[in-house]
Design a protein around this ligand. Structure first.
Ligand code: URA
Length: 187
């Protein structure tokens, strides 16, 4: 699929029950040629209303986090989610909903061909890195998955709820910046 076909397939998707309550499909945003892809769990209320990922309070914090390491959603990264439609009342996306949606994300990854993937929070890490991933213990660690350097950091919503996690996340952000530099130095 090319970008247009993929976007159309997502717009028309009825693979799971979330299509019945969504206002908008939240496809993803950013530079389609970016080296780095950030993946959250699923749209919240604001995202569902606006059709854009991370536009609520967590999104504001994510933009601030990105700017610390010279990233900007409009310029040099791409942002997507494990599921493209809002789970009601912001509950975690069900395994069945993730299963229904994950191929769309895999197609996006295939088109972007990122060199780095950053999972935002536990849900994305458990889906993309390992089902028993422990974000509290393993955040900031790197693994190469299908040739793509992959890590996870705390979800911005978790950082809004618990500011004591922020210093560790700052360290993880610097590690992401270092990984970008390392990769750029190789080309
Ligand atoms: N939380 C997410 O995981 N994704 C969004 O797009 C917004 C909030």
């Amino acid at each position: 699929m090319n970008w247009e076909e993929l976007q159309q397939a997502c717009q028309n998707c009825t693979r799971c029950g979330l299509c019945e309550t969504r206002k908008n499909v939240v496809f993803g945003v950013g530079n389609r040629n970016a080296d780095i892809l950030f993946i959250g769990e699923g749209p919240g209320e604001q995202e569902d209303l606006q059709g854009q990922p991370f536009v609520g309070p967590a999104g504001k914090l994510l933009d601030d986090m990105l700017s610390i390491i010279d990233l900007d959603r409009k310029a040099n990264c791409y942002i997507a989610n494990i599921v493209k439609c809002r789970p009601p009342h912001n509950r975690d996306p069900l395994e069945t909903e993730q299963d229904a949606c994950i191929d769309f994300l895999r197609e996006q990854i295939g088109l972007i061909q990122p060199k780095i993937i950053v999972c935002l929070g536990r849900i994305a890490a458990m889906r993309l890195i390992r089902p028993d991933y422990r974000i509290t213990k393993e955040h900031g660690q790197w693994a190469q998955l299908d040739g793509i350097w992959t890590t996870a950091i705390y979800h911005p919503s978790a950082l809004l709820r618990d500011v004591t996690k922020r210093p560790e996340t700052f360290t993880d952000l610097l590690s992401i910046r270092d990984k970008i530099r390392e990769i750029n130095a190789q080309v």
